[in-house]
Design a protein around this ligand. Structure first.
Ligand code: F6R
Length: 365
């Protein structure tokens, strides 16, 4: 039931504050992660993990890319991320002390399951699933499970599954980091930041009308570029994927630093450039990337921390977001990009919940 909403996608975007909270429920206190919530054997298993291998497809793969930043930054352990359909068809080396982490909304994605089954033969320490469907094949075949509490996701374009995957991945990262020297202070700082996320997502949702206005700038365009740096680069990838899936506008995402290594050649007034820019140490670098785009007549759409000092002018449309902790920024910054693609698709009159050629669960190779 879509309730008051015109599409399931919009309803699911708006459910995010609630489902992110539900995903934290019973897994974190005000300042700590409850490791037992990841499974009775979690403590013992996590103690021996020296490396994390993440496998997923599509949007779930983008969640994995964000998690890599977290795992290396917060837990200090090496992490590799690969799309399942690539991993399963190449010879790979898995260290015995690896945690094999599969991320899947449905838990039935054929390539992800095949990768897990293959890896089992090669040997690893333990398999962790981050999944939204209880009793799915992925859940049944893994040693540890973190269920995202997104509830059923009907829209083919994944929204609330992604942000609850990120929430779960951050909780997992903190549990793992504890075994690798994370201070209580730092844990508490990040957990407190996580508690602020549902409210921050709510603030972003209230920008809906403004984002709908921005969406008009995309209606008649054929190409778009999404830029981000650090853990916001995967958010740019996810933003581009959403836009192509439901509005059928060609969208590409690049780490902002790669701009002059190629894609800048494409930038002109017909190619809007979308950038996500929280207020971290990369924002100054990003600003110089933005100048490069403007110098080529490109139209810029910047989603930035309101304290980052990016103001609207001529060809720059700045959307001011609430200040967020650097670690939780990828969760919050995903939401305006979801709304942007949603409104572009509605303006174009496409089938938002059932995009052409796509299925919700890809159970064939
Ligand atoms: C994008 C989307 C797909 C899925 C992908 C993996 O909006 O929904 O890219 O993310 O098919 O599906 P799961 O997570 O079920 O393994």
């Amino acid at each position: 039931d879509k309730g008051e909403y015109r599409h399931f996608m919009l309803k699911e975007i708006h459910e995010q504050p609630r489902v992110i909270k539900a995903t934290m429920e019973g897994r974190v206190t005000a300042s700590r992660v409850l490791e037992q919530a990841l499974g009775t054997d979690a403590e013992n298993l996590l103690d021996h993990v020296r490396h994390v291998q993440i496998i997923a497809c599509g949007t779930s793969y983008h969640a994995g890319l964000v998690a890599r930043y977290w795992i290396e930054e917060v837990a200090g352990l090496p992490c590799s991320v690969e799309v399942a359909s690539e991993f399963r068809y190449r010879k790979h080396v898995i260290q015995p002390d690896t945690l094999f982490l599969c991320i899947s909304q449905s838990g039935e994605t054929a390539d992800t399951l095949a990768a897990l089954r293959q890896a089992k033969q090669a040997g690893f320490r333990a398999a962790l699933a981050i999944c939204n469907v209880p009793g799915s094949s992925l859940v049944r075949e893994s040693d540890l499970v973190i269920m995202t509490q997104a509830g059923p996701e009907i829209g083919v374009a994944s929204t609330k599954a992604f942000t609850t995957q990120l929430t779960s991945l951050l909780i997992f990262t903190l549990a793992l980091a504890r075994h690798n020297g994370l201070s209580e202070e730092k844990e508490s700082e990040i957990v407190q930041a996580l508690h602020l996320v549902p409210g921050q997502v709510n603030d972003v949702l209230s920008l809906d009308g403004e984002i709908e206005e921005l969406a008009r700038g995309f209606m008649d365009k054929n190409h778009t570029l999404f830029l981000g740096r650090g853990s916001l680069y995967p958010v740019a990838l996810e933003g581009a994927l959403k836009l192509k899936e439901i509005s059928y506008i060609h969208a590409e995402a690049y780490p902002a630093g790669e701009l002059k290594h190629g894609p800048l050649a494409l930038v002109d007034s017909e190619m809007p450039v979308v950038t996500v820019a929280p207020n971290n140490d990369l924002v100054e670098k990003l600003k110089s990337n933005l100048e490069e785009v403007r110098a080529r007549g490109g139209e810029l759409f910047v989603f930035a921390d309101r304290e980052a000092g990016v103001a609207s002018e001529d060809s720059l449309h700045a959307m001011q977001l609430p200040p967020v902790h650097e670690i939780t920024a990828p969760i919050v910054y995903t939401v305006p990009l979801q709304l942007l693609s949603y409104h572009v698709a509605v303006l174009k009159g496409t089938d938002v919940d059932q995009p052409r050629n796509l299925a919700k669960s890809v159970t064939v190779e």
